[in-house]
Design a protein around this ligand. Structure first.
Ligand code: GLN
Length: 304
């Protein structure tokens, strides 16, 4: 095993010293107020040893990272039926693009772009008795951490400016691929995106995707084939129109969010999360990508 702490310490120094031309997301007003200089990294290995640097314990808005967690909950609840309503192909488009949705008759390209995640949110709103509470409980159980919660201010802020998501939900509804009311589904979606978590909590939550479907407490949530599918989707679709670049530079399945978080994993080895709010032009954390490229290059550990 490489000396993860040594690698993380040197990456932390290197990343903070390099020039930064990224910008913090401002289309969700509440996200614009986050300090752009924050940077944290946390890694957990299969022996549950933890390695960290910087602001790794500070909570931030996970945004689209939550799409993996809703997908995993929905897959556990209704299984393969999901794929009748959402496809598994990379879109090559930004996360909020709508053109393909029209061309492909309301079947979103994959569950990790906004339209696909809105269909998954619709499935959960149908299946769960108390959708927001039940999903939060699911995440808390995965992480074994009851301090994880929604950030109501962020959810409300996105509700006020989420016009593209309203457009996506209405388009889905017009094609018959949304069963519940647009308002109910988007209320759930804005809340899932508003989950507030630290790099450490993300590693704890995503542990099962690295550990063949078993969470940190060794409870099985998904079988190995379901985990294979989710990891494949993270690799091919986790970074929107930059998924190729992430596979090329980093070589791990992962997922980003416009709050500046990235979580990535090497099956049966480790799970790592970074947070730096400055985004590149494709909406992915610039320093997070840089840090993860350094990590897999330095340790020579990637899926390739
Ligand atoms: N809540 C955000 C949105 O729907 C999530 C986008 C993201 O993190 N890429 O626009």
């Amino acid at each position: 095993m490489p000396d993860f702490q040594k690698s993380i310490d040197s990456i932390y120094k290197e990343v903070l010293e390099s020039p930064d031309s990224s910008t913090v997301a401002s289309y969700i007003p509440e996200l614009a107020s986050v300090e752009s200089s924050k940077f944290g990294i946390h890694l957990i290995d299969t022996n549950q040893h933890n390695y960290a640097a910087g602001n790794s314990g500070e909570k931030f808005s996970v945004q689209s990272i939550s799409k993996v967690l809703t997908l995993s909950m929905a897959l556990g609840l209704i299984g393969e039926k999901i794929w009748r309503r959402v496809d598994v192909e990379p879109s090559g488009d930004p996360f909020n693009h709508l053109s393909l949705l029209e061309q492909e008759n309301g079947i979103p390209r994959n569950p990790l772009i906004n339209a696909g995640a809105i269909v998954i949110a619709d499935i959960l709103v149908t299946e769960l008795e108390n959708p927001k509470e039940d999903f939060l409980t699911y995440v808390r159980n995965l992480a074994d951490d009851t301090s994880i919660s929604y950030d109501e201010k962020v959810a409300l802020s996105e509700k006020g400016t989420g016009f593209k998501n309203y457009a996506a939900a209405n388009l889905l509804k017009s094609y018959g691929n949304l069963r519940n009311d647009v308002e109910d589904v988007l209320d759930f979606y804005f809340h899932q995106c508003s989950l507030s978590m630290s790099c450490k909590q993300l590693c704890d939550t995503f542990y099962l995707f690295m550990n063949r479907g078993r969470c940190k407490r060794d409870i099985g949530y998904l079988d190995i084939n379901q985990i294979k599918r989710i990891n494949a989707l993270m690799l091919t679709c986790g970074f929107y129109d930059e998924a190729g670049e992430f596979a090329f530079e980093v070589g791990l399945p992962g997922k980003s969010g416009v709050g500046g978080g990235i979580v990535a994993l090497l099956p049966n080895e480790f799970c790592v999360a970074t947070w730096s709010p400055g985004l590149n032009k494709k909406g992915n954390s610039a320093r997070g990508m840089q840090a993860l490229e350094r990590l897999t290059t330095m340790t020579e550990l990637s899926i390739f």
